[in-house]
Design a protein around this ligand. Structure first.
Ligand SMILES: CC(C)(COP(=O)(O)OP(=O)(O)OC[C@H]1O[C@@H](n2cnc3c(N)ncnc32)[C@H](O)[C@@H]1OP(=O)(O)O)[C@@H](O)C(=O)NCCC(=O)NCCS
Length: 156
């Protein structure tokens, strides 16, 4: 999916503010741009009022990036800007991710997160279930190791 430069700028602004630096989860602009030229990557944006911020210049306060293989889609990045959290925008963006995947004919959704991320409650609320655990998979900036939790949602 080719993204307009403006969308990449808007996603990077959220990315740079949203991910806690100690976990090294944020991608740089090159990584994001490279992923978006691949035909199997899709993304979604959300405006402060929960709507789709179509058009240049409209504020973006959250985004997701996903990669598809056949009828499976993996959520690679998911973030809401810190200044707009705890207002339901994470719920709205995840709903958009799931609804879009269903419309696109996906049957299974995947994601992986570090154990203990508050996002786990969000994913669980939308039906994601743990399907795997990789002990000590991530390394935090302070050298500590964190488990990776794999989750799945089967779409009906
Ligand atoms: C996770 C994230 C997207 C949530 O965004 P948000 O807009 O605050 O989400 P919502 O307001 O819709 O809340 C969604 C649910 O997430 C959970 N949640 C979010 N932040 C939480 C926190 N600080 N503590 C506990 N639970 C939290 C709650 O279950 C909440 O549902 P509820 O309000 O109905 O109880 C946001 O915190 C974020 O961008 N975090 C940094 C990036 C990240 O870790 N992304 C996930 C990678 S796997």
């Amino acid at each position: 999916m080719i993204a307009p430069t403006d969308d990449i700028d808007r996603m990077m602004a959220v990315m740079e503010a949203a991910f806690p630096p100690e976990y090294g989860e944020a991608w740089n602009r090159r990584q994001l741009a490279d992923a978006l030229v691949l035909g199997n990557c899709t993304y979604g944006l959300i405006a402060p009022d929960g709507s789709d911020p179509a058009g240049e210049g409209v504020a973006v306060v959250g985004f997701y990036l996903a990669r598809s293989v056949l009828d499976e889609r993996e959520l690679l990045l998911f973030a809401i800007h810190p200044g707009h959290r705890r207002k339901g925008l994470g719920h709205a963006l995840l709903r958009k991710f799931i609804d879009t995947a269903r419309v696109d004919g996906m049957r299974r959704l995947f994601l992986e997160m570090r154990r203990g991320n508050p996002a786990g409650a969000l994913y669980a609320a939308h039906g994601f279930r743990m399907v795997g655990l990789r002990p000590a998979y991530y390394r935090a900036a302070n050298g500590s190791r964190l488990d990776a939790v794999s989750q799945e949602l089967v779409l009906s």
